[in-house]
Design a protein around this ligand. Structure first.
Ligand code: HEM
Length: 415
């Protein structure tokens, strides 16, 4: 948020969104289907060039096999400092010395491998089990609050946002007394509709908050992941690395899960047959979560790489220095992999989709995200059997302007 990589990350994400042709990101017609431009382009091939608004050319990947080939090949780099992308094409060469310490999402092996291993060691089965009961508790308390407040709510602030936010508090070991401040700052800092000045202030405060949290874990470690990293890493992690790691977890695990919860609820309410199947057989929840991840693919065009040399993908040669963008919503509807891919089917056998990416950067929090969705959706639909939209579907505001798709708000009622 205030470190060089974070500033670069925010700038580059915003810049990329602004450079993309609108038909590749706006889901105009049906909010649950891939943007029309991706479907049309796919008809011309699974790997193809994409002209951006700044005149640069990127490469767009629209097939599942081709996406796996790119994400599974570390010659396609995630390191935007050493390998600038199209959004940085007109800026000065990057200063490698300015690298932030623990932003491993933007590192390549072997630098990435060291931090990723340490993190994987902290995502233990024991810790995930303990988190599941916390998630159930958090979901239950928020449904109680909604019921106590009346018969209508905006599900985004009332339920979808607080769940991942509080789960990250548990993961990082934020004291109960500090959680309201943490949640408020996070919501402001991560919401791109917050006015820029306010967003900057909230980001700075959040950064200071996490620095203090790291210092507290050094002196009085608890059972949380941050304490585990501070205690167990050998050689030890620096404070700057720990702060960055906490910020990566926050940035990667908050908006993603919140939007999956909000958008999945919207989709299921619009598909009463599928929702009824799920209600009749809660054993379908695991399958349903996988299908929702595939079907909705909320990380629109946010997974990208830079080719460090000339590499052939499928039959197409991608020149060295090219930015390669994975068109995940369309990739996850590849008819070569799924029968009837445009059909939502909560009974569909689990197939490996690319909603969590693939390769060395594949989502570190995927098991946690699955539990958050399973518990979050399961509790919501079982405790509120009469749940329905409180406005016509076409009045639900969509997050078309963001690289992470979802709904800005979801007015619901259960009376
Ligand atoms: C449904 C929710 C989620 C989705 C759709 C999602 C999706 C993704 C994707 C596509 C990537 C790969 C990015 C790339 O290859 O450039 C990724 C990476 C990552 N995710 Fe998630 N994610 C979700 C939830 C979470 C949660 C809950 C956490 C942790 C609390 C998390 C932590 C991470 C981290 C740390 C990385 C970077 C891994 C690395 O670079 O090695 N994610 N996620």
């Amino acid at each position: 948020m205030t470190t060089p990589d974070q500033a670069r990350m925010n700038a580059s994400t915003t810049a990329l969104r602004q450079l993309l042709p609108s038909d590749t990101v706006e889901r105009g017609g049906c909010p649950f289907d891939p943007p029309a431009g991706l479907r049309q382009r796919r008809a011309q091939g699974a790997v193809q060039q994409l002209k951006l608004a700044n005149g640069a050319t990127a490469w767009l990947i629209l097939g599942a096999e081709e996406a796996r080939a790119v994400l599974g090949d570390v010659r396609f780099s995630s390191d935007r400092l050493r390998h600038p992308d199209v959004t940085q094409a007109n800026t000065a060469p990057p200063q490698v010395e300015s690298r932030s310490d623990g932003m491993f999402l933007f590192m390549d092996p072997p630098e990435h491998t060291r931090l990723r291993r340490l993190l994987t060691g902290q995502f233990t089965v024991r810790r995930m089990r303990a988190l599941e009961s916390h998630i159930r508790d958090i979901a239950g308390r928020h449904i109680d609050a909604m019921l106590a407040a009346g018969t209508e709510a905006d599900l985004v602030p009332a339920y979808a946002m607080p769940i991942p936010s509080l789960v990250i508090c548990e993961l990082l070991g934020v004291d109960y007394a500090d959680r309201a401040v943490f949640q408020e700052r996070t919501a402001l800092a991560l919401n791109s509709t917050t006015p820029p000045e306010e967003r900057l202030r909230a980001s700075g405060e959040l950064y200071g908050f996490i620095r203090e949290l790291v210092a507290a874990k050094r002196t009085a470690p608890g059972e949380d992941l941050l304490s585990g990293l501070a205690r167990d890493a050998d050689p030890p992690l620096t404070d700057a690395e720990l702060v960055d790691i906490a910020l990566v977890l926050l940035g990667a695990g908050h908006e993603t899960t919140a939007n999956m919860l909000g958008l999945s609820t919207f989709l299921l309410l619009e598909n009463p047959g599928q929702l009824a199947a799920l209600r009749n057989d809660p054993g379908l929840l695991d399958n349903a979560v996988e299908e929702l991840l595939r079907y909705l693919s909320i990380i629109q065009m946010g997974v990208s790489r830079v080719a460090t040399e000339s590499i052939t993908v499928g039959e197409t040669e991608i020149p060295a220095g090219s930015t390669v963008i994975i068109g995940t919503p369309e990739v996850n509807r590849d008819p070569r992999l799924w029968d009837d891919p445009d059909q939502l089917d909560v009974r569909r056998d689990r197939t490996s989709h690319l909603a969590f990416g693939h390769g060395v950067h594949q989502c570190l929090g995927q098991q946690l995200a699955r539990v958050e969705m399973k518990v979050g959706l399961g509790e919501l639909f079982s405790r509120l059997p009469g749940l329905r939209l409180a406005v016509p579907a076409e009045r639900v505001p969509l997050r078309d302007e963001m690289l992470i798709f979802g709904v800005h708000s979801l007015p619901v009622t259960w009376a």
